[in-house]
Design a protein around this ligand. Structure first.
Ligand code: ADP
Length: 384
């Protein structure tokens, strides 16, 4: 029986790339060189097990050998020829954005409709189909902060076992401003290489907004690269799954050209009472909640305009209230040696309504009713 090792080799590669970056960042040229060579070796092994993409992987392996040479030259004080940000660096940076995600659809409370739309999109992209049926290449997730947009993207990647690129647009822009269009090309090159891939671009509006008053040349270039990559994705190599999920809390800030590339726009709303109950259950699992009136708590969350994140914080505060009540002298135990600490266990009891009282007082939603109205209006005009 032939065993497919590419998955295992790819995760080793991702780990080694991270180790390379860590060594490089703290100036440990010796380890950085070793890690760069290990990356080259792993890519050569992946090339052997992926006949269809052998050349791409061999090219990448060669690039890592060049990086190893450059690191060595830097270590010995020689002048490195290709100073500045080389193509390799963009790929390496893109690969460092790969995140592992244990999230599954069941970890998300509510949002049934949104989950269904996303699952449909993914399934259509993956299935064999007549050429005239074009899958969506990107989905825009918009809605108030903390409503689960990142969670949805992570669940999409987690359930497909896809490579998850977690990109914070603002961070990339500030790190590579001026060169960020090369960064975008690097990102999509890496995503194609590690397909199936989900590229999740959070704070997507940052790419679209004008910086310092008017849209600069760099931002325009970045946007046009992004749009080209989005247009070309599925066509470059059929059979690859590469989906871009973009998230924003301020959809009205998006550039119309960008918006037109995301015809599928999904509103990720604040949770309704039922969803609040589900989220409460998710964030108190393992604890006895039998004496809680989840329906009443859920209704209170809706009244307070809580997002999933607010409910998570609420549960954390309620749990801490219970822990402090049950373990009055917890902080004294800090004087014990760790070995002795391990012998003891935290006292816990089931959660009760009292545990939530202070938490409800402390947690204030940043969202107002007029914000919600703005989302509703945008949804009506531009939404799915
Ligand atoms: P967004 O990307 O919309 O700002 P996130 O997905 O980062 O929000 O959510 C922040 C945190 O809030 C999550 O890590 C999760 O713990 C919690 N959360 C938000 N929405 C939900 C939900 N629908 N179900 C369960 N937990 C949620």
């Amino acid at each position: 029986m032939k065993v497919d090792l590419t998955g295992a080799l790819n995760s080793m590669l991702q780990k080694t790339i991270k180790e390379y970056r860590a060594a490089d960042e703290c100036g440990d040229t010796r380890s950085a060189r070793t890690k760069a060579l290990e990356c080259a070796g792993l890519l050569e092994q992946i090339a052997q097990s992926s006949p269809g993409q052998r050349e791409i992987y061999m090219k990448r392996a060669q690039e890592w050998r060049v990086i190893a040479g450059q690191v060595e030259a830097r270590g010995s004080g020689k002048v490195v020829e290709s100073a500045g940000t080389g193509e390799n660096e963009f790929l390496t940076y893109a690969e460092s954005l790969i995140a592992t995600t244990p999230v599954r659809w069941g970890d998300i409370g509510g949002l049934e409709n949104v989950k269904r739309l996303m699952m449909e999109t993914i399934v259509i992209a993956g299935l064999s189909k007549p050429e005239s049926i074009k899958p969506w290449k990107g989905i825009l997730l918009f809605g108030p902060p903390g409503t689960g947009k990142t969670l949805l993207a992570a669940a999409a990647a987690g359930s497909l076992n896809a490579t998850f690129f977690d990109v914070k647009a603002d961070r990339v822009l500030s790190k590579y401003f001026g060169e960020s269009s090369k960064m975008v090309s690097g990102l999509y090159a890496a995503a194609r290489m590690h397909s199936p891939s989900i590229v999740f671009v959070d704070e997507f509006d940052a790419l679209s907004q004008s910086r310092g008053g008017d849209t600069s040349e760099a931002t325009r270039k970045l946007l046009s690269t992004l749009l080209t990559e989005l247009d070309g994705l599925q066509d470059k190599k059929s059979g690859q799954l590469l989906l871009t999920l973009a998230a924003t809390n301020t959809p009205w800030d998006l550039d119309p050209a960008v918006l037109s590339r995301f015809p599928r726009r999904i509103y990720v709303t604040l949770p309704d009472p039922e969803a609040c109950c589900e989220i409460l259950k998710i964030h108190t699992k393992d604890l006895d909640c039998s004496s809680l009136d989840l329906g009443a708590l859920g209704a209170h969350c809706v009244e307070n305009l809580y997002s999933g994140r607010d409910i998570q914080n609420l549960c954390q505060q309620a749990i801490w209230h219970m822990i402090r009540e049950e373990n009055t002298n917890l902080h004294h135990l800090a004087e014990l040696p760790f070995d002795e600490l391990k012998e003891r266990s935290l006292k816990v009891r089931g959660l009760c309504a009292d545990d939530f009282d202070d938490a409800f007082e402390n947690i204030r939603s940043p969202i107002t009713r007029s914000d919600l109205q703005r989302y509703d209006e945008w949804m009506e005009k531009f939404g799915e």
